[in-house]
Design a protein. Structure first.
Length: 347
């Protein structure tokens, strides 16, 4: 009896051990298969993950903020004189901040508010419209553009009712002639050349040409196509909301404005505020030594603190501008936007 019970117990224990080994082996196999599938899925999604991380990484280190308050000329513009350029730039930087947080309606309101203060804000318009189409589609971008135009009309109503012709000629005087004595960037040419329409037309053509180069070479390829018509058609058909990476938004707005600065008809001393606060970011995007970045920044600052400007200082400023523009075009990759035409089609 005892032997039979012991044999039965041993058989039951052996059966339980075999079942447990079977269970453990099956669980191990399932665990290994799940681990392999997890690793394979992680491998397959790694490019997208890496791209997403890249699109949301900071553009520059925070210590660069210290460079934003070291300019003697900027202190003079803000504290001693308080030109209206300061208010225009305050609202455009607010616009960029709101756009980086995907608040495109409020960003549009802030943009048109800045434009109502100073017309230099038009330099930001090409990249802003492109970002609107990327983020909200053609239809919504068109509605936001109408909103901005409506705000401009409302602001102009008191002046249009009083003296419309004088207001329109003064507020939108694209043919304005600047005083040669105040120019900072063109003192190395004579006054007759400076005032000539030929120089104005050459600069306008160069400005538009560089915008097109950046559009096709730097800003559109991120969407998966270089075809503007295909991009616009796709965003017209599919107007879904797309979250644009903040780094992409900031880079496009700063670079688009800087292109306009390089080919400006004339830069007066207060116009330094149009782009000074963007220079540290633009310089640190360029793959050059930190010492070279600081030298370029110091050279630009030196030019803006020489009064009155001279031929040598104007030439130095243009050289610094052209170097930075060439770096942005040939050496600086555009931060990814997170939008892809091919991905949208797949979805």
């Amino acid at each position: 009896s005892s032997s039979s019970s012991s044999s039965s117990s041993s058989s039951s224990s052996s059966s339980s051990s075999s079942s447990s080994s079977t269970t453990s082996s099956s669980s191990a196999s399932s665990s290994s298969s799940s681990n392999s599938s997890l690793s394979s899925s992680s491998k397959s999604s790694s490019p997208d993950t890496a791209k997403d991380k890249q699109s949301h990484r900071p553009l520059v280190t925070p210590f660069l903020l210290c460079l934003l308050f070291l300019s003697r000329r900027i202190h003079s513009i803000f504290v001693l004189r308080l030109f209206n350029d300061c208010w225009a730039m305050l609202f455009i930087y607010l616009c960029i901040l709101l756009a980086a947080h995907q608040r495109w309606f409020l960003a549009s309101l802030s943009f048109t508010t800045a434009l109502s203060v100073k017309m230099n804000i038009l330099l930001f318009l090409p990249p802003f419209l492109l970002l609107l189409v990327k983020a909200r589609g053609v239809l919504r971008a068109f509605l936001y553009t109408l909103l901005m135009a409506l705000v401009q009309l409302l602001v102009a109503v008191p002046f249009l009712l009083e003296n419309p012709s004088t207001y329109l000629n003064g507020a939108f005087n694209f043919g304005r002639k600047f005083f040669y004595v105040w120019t900072v960037n063109w003192k190395f040419v004579d006054e007759e050349t400076f005032l000539s329409d030929r120089l104005s037309h050459v600069l306008l053509a160069a400005h538009l040409s560089l915008l097109l180069v950046f559009l096709f070479a730097k800003w559109l390829p991120d969407t998966g196509t270089r075809n503007v018509v295909a991009f616009l058609w796709q965003r017209l058909r599919d107007g879904r909301h797309v979250d644009i990476a903040p780094a992409h938004t900031i880079a496009l707005m700063f670079i688009g404005n800087f292109i306009g600065i390089v080919f400006c008809r004339s830069l007066h001393f207060q116009f330094y505020v149009w782009y000074f606060h963007t220079l540290p970011l633009l310089l640190w995007l360029a793959p050059i030594p930190t010492a070279a970045r600081l030298v370029l920044l110091a050279a630009i600052e030196l030019v803006w603190n020489v009064f009155p400007s001279r031929a040598a200082t104007s030439a130095l400023l243009q050289v610094c501008h052209y170097i930075l523009l060439a770096l942005l075009l040939f050496a600086v990759p555009t931060p990814p936007s997170g939008y892809s035409l091919q991905k949208q089609k797949a979805d």
